[in-house]
Write a protein of this length. Structure first.
Length: 375
């Protein structure tokens, strides 16, 4: 009787179910994060391996196609470059940055006292600040500065008191991460060496379990996702690395203190679209302001010019059309990603939003095509 009857709005049932699941997941983000943390911890070496292989695959393919090299030779060159880069980080870059951080922490209390003395001298010689109300406001501000200075001193003393435990815990964490990274590097070699075999086996599994048309659609979608992620992540990394190096060269020429640390901050924050340049500019300017207001002004001008160069020339040259999103969707992706997953969410917010938009656009186009509508 009901064999040929169609249940009204049945096509919306999967969307409703998925919406309910998504709503519940968003309301229990802590549980989701905890569960993901356990899974990630168990498979961390393989996750490292996949990430490394994904990032190094374009470089390997470049050597294969550009210089007509065999897979083993191309792999050898790529991993020699990677190991050389890691050695450079460990022996030169990391110690320099640690030295800058130590100098900053040692000099911070003196900078605050020096700033107070300068402002006091200015206030004593200014008629405007002789007003009692204004004077009281400034004195309250100074008491807050003293409180901050005291807090910094207590914080540093606390670090020194707990130094042994902190160093021990950090050493264990670093050793564990380093071992996982080494295993990841080794596993990634096999992933890259036999990547076509892995892809073929995954395809065979999908075709065996699912309908051919669904697998074909998914394959096309996966290729486009790969294009978005590879172009964005690798391109943004290269772009930020160049900006960090240029920043270091410029700050060194200007004789700015802590130039390795400031360049690292600018380079890392540059990975975040739109907000990143401003996030990196603020600490760089403020830290320089502690030692010299004039140098802080030069740092501000230099970083603004550097970001303009990146925005108008370097970024478009490396990233091309970026992820094909309007600023509204990129900012939405960064905001939601940042609130849910922190800095990593801010970085991946733009490409993830591009993928979601692409999926939704395809779904809408498919439904409109079935209804013979063109909008």
């Amino acid at each position: 009787m009901f064999k040929n009857k169609k249940i009204p709005y049945i096509e919306f049932f999967p969307i409703i179910v998925l919406s309910i699941i998504a709503f519940n997941l968003l309301n229990h983000l802590d549980i989701v994060k905890g569960s993901l943390g356990v899974v990630i911890s168990c498979f961390s070496a393989f996750i490292w391996a996949f990430g490394i292989a994904y990032l190094l695959n374009p470089l390997m393919m470049y050597f294969e196609k550009r210089f007509k090299l065999s897979r083993p030779i191309a792999l050898l060159i790529v991993y020699v470059i990677v190991v050389g880069f890691i050695i450079l980080l460990i022996t030169i870059v990391t110690p320099t940055i640690i030295h800058s951080i130590k100098d900053l922490f040692n000099s911070l209390p003196n900078y605050i006292v020096k700033t107070q003395d300068t402002i006091n001298h200015f206030l004593d010689n200014s008629k405007f600040f002789q007003n009692a109300d204004i004077r009281e406001t400034i004195e309250n501000a100074f008491s807050n500065i003293n409180s901050i200075n005291s807090s910094i001193s207590k914080f540093l003393n606390g670090i020194l008191e707990k130094g042994v435990n902190t160093i021990f815990t950090t050493a264990i964490g670093f050793t564990s991460s380093f071992i996982k990274l080494i295993f990841g590097l080794i596993i990634s070699i096999y992933m890259l060496k036999d990547k076509e075999v892995f892809i073929k086996n995954i395809k065979r599994l999908f075709y065996a379990l699912l309908k051919k048309e669904h697998v074909d659609d998914f394959t096309i979608f996966a290729r486009e996702v790969n294009m978005i992620f590879s172009k964005y992540i690798i391109g943004k990394f290269i772009d930020s690395l160049i900006i960090g190096i240029l920043c270091f060269i410029g700050l060194t020429i200007l004789r700015i203190p802590y130039s390795p640390l400031l360049s690292l901050i600018v380079g890392i924050t540059n990975m975040i679209p739109y907000f990143g340049p401003f996030i990196g500019m603020v600490p760089a300017t403020l830290l320089t302001l502690l030692s010299s207001p004039l140098k802080a002004l030069w740092v501000l001008i230099f970083i603004i010019l550097l970001q303009q160069f990146d925005g108008w020339y370097l970024g478009p040259k490396i990233l091309g059309s970026h992820v094909g999103l309007s600023p509204f969707w990129i900012i939405l992706g960064i905001t939601v990603g940042g609130s849910a997953f922190g800095v990593l969410g801010m970085f991946l917010g733009a490409p993830v939003m591009a993928i979601i938009k692409m999926f939704v656009d395809r779904f809408i186009s498919k439904k409109l095509k079935k209804k013979n509508l063109e909008i």
